[in-house]
Design a protein around this ligand. Structure first.
Ligand code: IPE
Ligand code: IPE
Ligand code: MG
Ligand code: MG
Ligand code: MG
Length: 297
């Protein structure tokens, strides 16, 4: 698959996810309007929608129903958007811009941003738990448990704490890998795993996708760290240089930009080897890795 073909597919899935998110965020008129506005502000209109695409990509290999992939993908995106709202708060990264516009707490206020984030978490789980999309009760319960684990103390939240603590003293490389796996990797892995499970992919192939996911999650965050030092606000839609200013340990601070770029290529090799070994020569997953390690936004 060419990069242009992947870009078209990313666009098609992003459009479908936008529709799903719009529907999930069409909240009852009894909900306080300011809260709804802040939730919609944080979610709609921008973002690469990478995690929903991962559900879709794995789901397609596994033969999952697109409607199921869209619902779970949208739920993961809601959770991801909450993580961005809270990540930008003054108590965390104190970032002024997100997705090319003022961060949620600046567009509204801190309390509203915190509560909008909280409400997005609840909505994310409600979206999976609700029975208005095709899924068996058993699969739904399993997905919810794994989703919660990826989002919580053993996943993203735990990683965010380690990230904050990395300002207190430089981490060793193995510690940094663990931090990134939790902070970013857990949700990315869950997205791919969910797609596999929605299509009831056999265990050996699922394991291969899980190894690919480990490489992709790490590569995704290394690229994010590189963009923090090299990207422009016009490209990333974020304030540049936050990691250095906050004294965080990143692959760039540990290995330098060239070392971080080399690591990206190693991870690519590793990911593609795993796919080939399991006869999972997915053109989408291969091209997606290149997209993730070369993206400018
Ligand atoms: C940014 O994620 C936060 C990280 C986990 C590194 P994305 O780069 O996927 O952000 P959006 O969703 O495209 O805005
Ligand atoms: C945050 O990582 C990842 C999340 C779980 C939100 P970063 O702090 O590096 O993300 P950006 O660079 O602000 O998007
Ligand atoms: Mg952060
Ligand atoms: Mg941040
Ligand atoms: Mg970053």
């Amino acid at each position: 698959m060419s990069s242009a073909a992947l870009a078209t597919r990313l666009e098609i899935v992003a459009r479908a996810i936008e529709g799903e998110l719009e529907a999930l965020l069409a909240l009852d008129s009894s909900v306080p309007p300011r809260l709804v506005r802040a939730m919609r502000y944080a979610v709609l209109g921008a973002g690469k929608r990478l995690r929903p695409f991962l559900v879709h990509a794995a789901g397609e290999i596994a033969g999952a129903e697109p409607a199921a992939c869209h619902r779970v993908g949208a739920a993961i995106e809601l959770l991801h958007c909450y993580s961005l709202v809270h990540d930008d708060l003054p108590a965390m990264d104190d970032a002024e811009f997100r997705r090319g516009k003022p961060s949620c707490h600046r567009a509204f206020d801190e309390a509203t941003a915190i509560l909008a984030g909280d409400a997005l978490v609840a909505l994310a789980f409600e979206a999976v738990a609700r029975q208005d999309w095709p899924c068996t009760a058993e699969l739904r319960a399993g997905l919810l448990a794994d989703f919660a684990r990826a989002a919580g103390a053993q996943g993203m939240c735990g990683g965010q704490v380690l990230d904050l603590e990395s300002s207190e003293g430089e981490l060793a490389e193995a510690e940094l890998v663990r931090l990134q796996q939790l902070k970013t990797g857990a949700l990315i892995s869950f997205a791919l795993e969910a797609g596999c499970r929605l299509g009831r992919m056999p265990e050996p192939q699922r394991r291969a996708i899980a190894c690919y996911a480990d490489c992709l999650g790490l590569a995704f965050q290394i690229r994010d760290d590189l963009l923090d030092t090299q990207g422009t606000p016009a490209e990333t839609g974020k304030d540049p240089g936050r990691d250095l200013l906050l004294g965080r340990t990143t692959f760039v601070s540990l290995l330098g930009a060239r070392g971080a770029e080399q690591r990206l290529l190693q991870l690519r090799e590793q990911a593609l080897t795993v796919l080939e070994a399991r006869d999972l020569k997915s053109a989408v997953l291969a091209e997606l890795f290149d997209f993730v390690i070369s993206r400018r936004s």
